[in-house]
Design a protein around this ligand. Sequence first.
Ligand SMILES: Nc1ncnc2c1ncn2[C@@H]1O[C@H](COP(=O)(O)OP(=O)(O)OP(=O)(O)O)[C@@H](O)[C@H]1O
Length: 613
Amino acid sequence: MSSAVGSQARPFQVDLHGVVDLLSRHIYSGPQVYLRELIQNGCDAISARRAESGYGDGEGRGEIRIFPSSPDNPEFRIDDDGIGLNAEEVAQLLATVGRSSKRDFFDMPRQDLLGQFGIGLLSCFMVADEIVVVSRKAGESAVRWVGSAAGTFSVSVLRGAELPVGTSVKLRPRADDAELCHRAQVTELASRYGRYLPVPILIADGTGGFDTINQSPVFALGGQERLDRRGEIMELGTELLGTRPLDAIELSSPATGTRGTAYILPFTPPPAARAAHSVYLGGMLVEERSQDLLPEWAFFARAVVDSTGLKPTASRESLVADESLEITRAELGAALRAWIIRMGTGNPNKLAEFVSIHHLGLKSLVAYDDELASFLTRWLSLETTAGRMSIEELVSRKQLIRYTESLEEFRQIAAIVPAEDPVVNGGYVYDAEIIRRLPFLFDGATVEKVALASLLDTLAVPALAERATVLVFEQRASAVLASFDVQVSVRSFSPANVSALYLADDAVLRGLQRSAARRVSNSLWNGVLDQAGKSLDAATELNRRLPQATLCANWENPLIRTLARSSDEAVFNRTMKLLYVQAMLAAHLPLGAAQRSLLTESLSDLVQLSLEH
Ligand SMILES: Nc1ncnc2c1ncn2[C@@H]1O[C@H](COP(=O)(O)OP(=O)(O)OP(=O)(O)O)[C@@H](O)[C@H]1O
């Protein structure tokens, strides 16, 4: 047998306390939004009146007047001369949660109005227990609606009252929230949320006069007007960033009615800094710290935009992540990209300044972001053995770009690479990744990692007549350095003042770095380093290949030639060891304990020897 209770269709009940609690704790960021919602309702009422009947002579001009409360007068009031409400509308719209007059026939939000959800007025219960609305629609009687946080409301028609068309909302804030309705906070909040609204907002100054908070949204200007008011646009940027921006770029996404400005930061943002773009919808602030408006790579810009096509979430404090936002992000990103390209051709000095400020950040993006790499890479620079060079210059000079993977390798060879065939240092963070991508970005470019072992093969061997002397020298010198796992080879290269080069492969270099790190780090980290060393040793063993280091002595260097003729074993030994340590230092390599004591011993021995002679 079915129960009669189950078959009856009954309306949902709304617990107003629960709804207000939901709004204040989970939807809105705090009670201060009551003012935003009231201003927005006034603004929409004025837009609706403008669209419907317009303003005749002597009928007001479409403005909002706010009368803040004060310690002497606890009542807060906001008046608008908008479209107004009649008794029926008041009863239907104000007390039905989720009911809004701001949707069209298809129940879609109307583009020309700010509100859409039908919950905004309830936010006043976050600061007051009672909301009083007095309203009059053209040609109808005025009406008074009183809503209580307890969940009840009353409507009375004020027959014969000679009130102007429009709406007046009164609140008596609770003691805890009184400050939010006082003049200082009202002025601050109204200008934060509504300074760019297309409706005058006047705030009573307490002495019978009014202050206005409106400003022109110069950031959204385009065409000639934008050029004429560039000074004001830059001033706004200076106010936002706390310092003058490097440039201000016009942003426009016609598809979503979004216009604005991207300010280029004149400083390197801290690594953990997050994007903070300001978004206004129809002149009303929605987000001050938007992360999604510009592409993630645009870390160097801060944008301010106004839009008619982006959609707010119910809190009106963030944007809905929908297709419109995606389209906008892509279009605004394209404007930034176009700016970089334009600067590259029309204002290279500015671009150079931009690149030098945001160098590391740009490199980190170019290394992994194909889209950005395609247009930005050419403007970045790299260290080469012939000095710093832009990638554009590097690629146009040589089709084959040779590079080292590490800074140590770069330093080892820097002294001997001919200037006309520079080698690039890939040792700094992101540089090797960028170099490896060059063939994909520039037609015909190829890259090659310089192998130190093969470098030795490219250096000239001394003349045949001297080979015997050279061979003896190599054997004597290698015997001196045998305990350091270093073998000595002789080659002829310039510049002649370089006596010897230390050439070692990656494995040796990493081993040196590990032991240097071990000297300065704690025991936990030492354990990790030891483990790394062991695995490496095991791998090397497996490959049946010992880490090799070579001291390449320069036969063009007078000291090496003199040393080769020396029969004094003591002098030869000490000098060879010193040359070895000196070559390591020239390559900026860390000295181990053995090399450091060798340096001290050799120096004191040489001093001793020179005193004896
Ligand atoms: N000042 C006003 N003048 C005329 N009508 C008003 C005014 N304030 C509120 N209303 C009416 O009351 C309805 C409900 O207002 P409420 O602020 O709760 O929601 P909304 O503005 O429609 O949407 P949202 O929740 O997005 O703000 C509005 O749709 C509007 O019809």
